[in-house]
Design a protein around this ligand. Structure first.
Ligand code: HEC
Length: 114
């Protein structure tokens, strides 16, 4: 096992006590996450259903971030992991860990409690 893999595994195991053991520099900020998402993701992802309905639908559009936040299991950890990998048809992003954490916090902040 490589050191990176071992650290990753250790990070996962430590998850209970330390959310985001994967090297998070600062407290995640939904505001910063929104700014990054608006810059990189807005071509395909509207903020919520209202914003999605208000814009012209395009080929390749993704679900709104609020809709994603409402899916089962879409917590900060899931989103952090998701943004680490490649997801066709999404372009591959090279986000800083802080940006990933901020975007995850932003998406989760859009969840509508029922
Ligand atoms: C070219 C269009 C496009 C761009 C740009 C894009 N996405 Fe997506 N994204 C999609 C599509 C389409 C889906 C739905 C894929 C599917 O249904 O499997 C998706 C799905 C997702 C999901 C849902 C994952 C899940 O399993 O619930 C997340 C989270 C997400 N995108 C985050 C982002 C973020 C953050 C960015 C910007 C850094 C981004 N996307 C940029 C098209 C895009």
């Amino acid at each position: 096992m490589t050191i990176a893999a071992a650290l990753l595994l250790a990070g996962c195991l430590a998850q209970e006590e330390v959310p985001f053991a994967g090297g998070m520099p600062q407290t995640p900020s939904p505001e910063r996450g929104q700014a990054v998402a608006e810059q990189w993701c807005a071509t395909c992802h509207a903020r919520d259903e209202e914003a999605r309905a208000a814009r012209v639908a395009q080929e390749g559009d993704g679900p709104s971030f609020a809709a994603i936040a409402g899916r089962d299991g879409r917590d900060e950890q899931f989103l952090w992991d998701f943004l680490e990998g490649d997801h066709f048809p999404m372009p591959t992003y090279r986000l800083f860990p802080q940006e990933r954490a901020d975007i995850a916090a932003y998406i989760v902040s859009l969840r509508v409690e029922e």
